[in-house]
Ligand binder design. Structure first.
Ligand SMILES: [Zn+2]
Length: 383
């Protein structure tokens, strides 16, 4: 999964095989809930007669085991993605588990299939390993499990559930991605394959919500609410993927020149900084202006670089002193595909791209224009 704006408050923990592993604040809530329910409910029930503190240590060990299991699952996705040259932004633990954030769509059905299947395969493999480890600690003839056997038994079960649940063929679950990859491979139509897999996701999300509601009514309030929320999340993610794909197909094949405006507000490097501030920043509210010389783009001047220049020296400065190289991500060719330009805006957060050809600034592409086009197109096609 990818592109979650959910993760406003995340902490990066460490790097693993070059992937950044982070936790979202929402996961901390889940972590407390898990530790508590293991220490107070699960372990006293399956391995009775131990000290209270021992149960809390077991609860903590269970939590670490869960985190390890989720990170391993996402790591498997990420390593296969890397094999197919698909960049992964990082692995994040959040309230519904984990996510390996892809920067782009999978390049082929084959890539999507192997990437998607890798996660559940890792989970099922870990389930087997933990099951065998747990078996080593079972004392023959004992009536109840020892604490270590109970811990590994739990981790085996959790990994088994993680693997099986994710194999449900409902997008955005891994099984839904496998389904999409197979349909995409057979018909060669990613849009249709996505609609089918996302349709299954939408139905499955609805089933989860119904199950959540039923178990809330029957008394399992926390678990019920949790399943209900997962159902909502699955439905939203499925719908989001369809609209993303529609956006992509509406824009792809159309070059940037079709949407760009050739009326660009550029500045000269000799312009005094105080005029830049008064006549440009305060007038147009853009945070970056292109700097041109005879139509050639020679650099950019941003609010940040202007502020740095102004605070060091005072008046009598010109744009030249605040000019920096334009970020490479912020310039496109007029023949660049518009879908690619939109992806670049989403990736970098830039709402304007400078369109250049042979170093000449020939136009500007704004996010607003692209969105207006999409809105009008959606209106006309009745969707
Ligand atoms: Zn997965």
């Amino acid at each position: 999964m990818e592109r979650f704006e959910l993760f406003r408050y995340r902490i990066t923990l460490f790097q693993l095989f070059g992937f950044k592993v982070s936790v979202d604040a929402s996961w901390l809530l889940l972590a407390v809930l898990i530790t508590w329910s293991l220490a107070v409910r699960y372990f006293p029930a399956v391995a009775p007669g131990l000290a209270t503190l021992t149960y809390w240590w077991l609860g903590l060990a269970g939590l670490i085991g869960f985190a390890f299991s989720i990170v391993s699952h996402e790591l498997a996705h990420s390593l296969i993605a890397r094999q197919f040259n698909l960049p992964i932004r990082g692995i994040t633990l959040f309230v519904f588990g984990g996510v390996a954030e892809m920067e782009d769509e999978p390049p082929s059905p084959k890539a999507e299939f192997w990437m998607a299947i890798a996660g559940p395969a890792m989970s099922l493999f870990l389930a087997l390993v933990f099951f065998l480890v747990s078996g080593l600690f079972v004392e023959p003839g004992a009536k109840q499990l020892g604490p270590i056997a109970a811990l590994f038994g739990l981790l085996s079960y959790a990994n088994g559930m993680l693997g099986v649940f994710n194999l449900v063929p409902a997008f955005p679950l891994d099984g839904g991605r496998v389904l999409r990859a197979i349909l995409w491979y057979r018909k060669g139509d990613i849009a249709w394959a996505t609609r089918v897999a996302a349709g299954a996701g939408s139905v499955f999300g609805f089933v989860l919500m119904a199950v959540g509601l039923a178990s809330t009514i029957s008394g399992n309030i926390v678990g019920g609410i949790w399943w209900f929320l997962i159902g909502l999340f699955v439905r939203a993610a499925a719908a989001g993927e369809v609209s993303r794909l529609m956006t992509r197909s509406a824009l792809s094949g159309t070059p940037v020149r079709r949407f760009m405006s050739s009326d660009v507000i550029a500045v000269r490097s000799e312009l005094p900084l105080n005029q830049l501030i008064e006549d440009y920043f305060y007038r147009y509210y853009f945070t970056t202006f292109p700097v041109c010389e005879d139509g050639r783009l020679i650099g950019c001047v941003s609010l940040k670089s202007t502020k740095a220049a102004v605070s060091e020296h005072a008046a009598l400065l010109t744009v030249a002193s605040a000019m920096v190289a334009c970020p490479e991500d912020q310039t496109v060719d007029p023949d660049t595909d518009s879908a690619e330009a939109l992806r670049r805006m989403q990736r970098t957060g830039a709402s304007r791209l400078f369109v250049t050809r042979n170093e000449k600034l020939v136009g500007i592409l704004t996010l607003r224009d692209l969105l207006n086009f999409l809105a009008i197109r959606a209106e006309l096609s009745g969707g």
